[in-house]
Design a protein around this ligand. Structure first.
Ligand code: OOG
Ligand code: NI
Length: 484
């Protein structure tokens, strides 16, 4: 029963829907980013016009359209798919976890960035149920500094000192998080509105650094990412990412619009049946900032590069078997590239694209084949024919049901990130694009969970659950059991 005004008066507050709150949050972030980084607004326009053209392309069979673009027509295609922040301390990370939980985002997956030479690791805060993803799939790639990976003791101490001094969450935000805890993870409409206003302050740009120019330069010389993480008063969102339905066309149009674009599209090559995700971006722009000066004003003028605009094309979620094949082929391409060039020399972006495409010919590119080989996750639903067919046995094999048109399969959209692509995106914005140099990987998933104050969810388990739930629903609707 819908809660009434009387309920509110007698102390039964009406809780705001978390998915709706996430949409308000996404829209507020988008408006803020477009206002602060006008080039990003141009990017959104490019993507949106390409998407509209593709969706309305009358020559495409609706079935092909739906297999290829999945949920694109039902989900909010015009809303951003993700953003990214870089945090400095366990306290910042656990506070972000509390904040994101209130808008239905939960930490899923572990991304080790040490293998790419970055002193950080990351998780993806995202909706974890199908219903919630359908309402708004916005997620946040959240990385956090691992000071133990910094080699220089002095730099490490400086970074820790700067981070311990900064306060990226307002008192009002902290109060709302406490309220959320007391209220069992829910907020009222009014509290939700306030939460968004306060959260936007955490993710907005603060052009006056919280460090001197000397301190900034010191951290930058150890690692450019360190200056970005430790020298500012907010945890500025460093990009937002809309979903494009054709990233190659979008990349060309970005170049034509005069944007400085990343060398290569990250991820798998272009395919008939897209898998995982492909990403590209316009590179971080140089923005004016001011440094504090010891002893007070005046401030010293300078500049900083952090914020960029990214786009992504999403395909099907692959199973662990499909992922293994993806990783093997990518590794194969990279080792061939290394063998073809000398030390410190990279293949041209075009030659690398060509090499990757050739090696990926070994990855099946047909929906049925991908599914039958157990390379992708799918949801299943009964067709009209299926619902009207008299099934005589009590048990059927899934493949037979699909083959005879009783059930149809729909690839599940990939909702996560790729560590190598993420590293490529980081590097392109730090001015060190090229094939990633080899580093010794030292993942610390447990350390991440301790800092979070929560366990990480496993994305494969979430996809498997979506797949199994759909099979169970078909089973009930047809009154049969289904053998997988
Ligand atoms: C995050 C880079 C990774 C992605 O989509 O993989 C990323 C960052 O630069 O902080 O955004
Ligand atoms: Ni990104």
């Amino acid at each position: 029963m819908a809660p009434s005004a009387i309920d509110k008066q007698i102390g039964n507050p009406v809780w705001v829907d978390r998915d709706a709150l996430r949409t308000d949050f996404t829209l507020a972030m988008s408006a803020m980013y477009k206002a602060e980084v006008p080039l990003y607004g141009d990017l959104v326009q490019i993507v949106s016009s390409i998407n509209t053209d593709l969706i309305h392309q009358s020559s495409l069979d609706p079935k092909v359209l739906s297999l290829r673009y999945g949920d694109a027509q039902s989900a909010r295609l015009d809303i951003e798919r993700h953003g990214a922040i870089r945090l400095g301390t366990p306290h910042e990370l656990s506070t972000i976890r509390r904040l994101f939980a209130l808008i239905g985002l939960f930490p899923v997956g572990y991304y080790d960035l040490s293998a790419a030479g970055l002193p950080m690791h990351a998780t993806c805060f995202r909706p974890s149920t199908e219903a919630s993803l359908l309402k708004n799939p916005f997620r946040v790639f959240t990385s956090v500094l691992r000071p133990e990976l910094l080699e220089n003791q002095e730099t490490k101490e400086l970074a820790m000192e700067l981070l311990s001094r900064r306060k990226i969450f307002s008192d009002n935000l902290m109060r709302l998080l406490d309220l959320g805890d007391i209220q069992g993870g829910s907020l009222t409409q009014e509290q939700g509105r306030e939460l968004i206003t306060e959260a936007i302050k955490t993710f907005g740009w603060q052009s006056t650094a919280a460090a001197t120019h000397n301190e900034y330069s010191h951290l930058r010389s150890e690692h450019p990412i360190l200056a970005d993480i430790a020298c500012f008063r907010s945890s500025h969102i460093n990009h937002l990412t809309p979903r494009t339905l054709d990233i190659n066309v979008a990349q060309d149009q970005m170049k034509a619009a005069g944007m400085q674009v990343k060398d290569r599209i990250e991820g798998p090559p272009a395919r008939v049946c897209p898998i995982l995700l492909r990403q590209t971006s316009f590179l971080a722009i140089e923005e004016p900032i001011k440094f504090i000066v010891e002893g007070g004003s005046p401030l010293l003028k300078g500049s900083h590069k952090a914020r960029f605009g990214e786009i992504e094309e999403r395909g099907a979620a692959v199973t662990p078997k499909g992922r293994k094949l993806y990783d093997e082929l990518l590794e194969n391409a990279m080792s061939q590239a290394r063998a073809m060039t000398g030390d410190g020399v990279d293949l041209s972006p075009e030659a690398m694209d060509e090499l990757v495409s050739r090696i990926f010919l070994a990855y099946p590119d047909d929906w049925d084949e991908l599914r039958r080989n157990g390379l992708i996750f799918c949801t299943y639903r009964c067709t009209a024919k299926g619902l009207n067919t008299q099934l005589t046995l009590s048990k059927y094999n899934l493949e037979i049901l699909v083959g005879s048109g009783i059930l149809e399969a729909q690839p599940i959209t990939y909702e996560d990130f790729l560590p190598l692509s993420a590293a490529g995106i980081f590097q392109s914005n730090l001015g060190s694009e090229g094939s990633p140099k080899e580093h010794v990987a030292c993942p610390d998933e447990k350390g991440m969970e301790e800092a979070l104050g929560a366990a990480l969810e496993d994305s494969d388990e979430l996809y498997t659950k979506m797949q199994n739930d759909s099979i169970n629903e078909c089973s009930s609707a047809l009154h049969i059991s289904i053998d997988v």
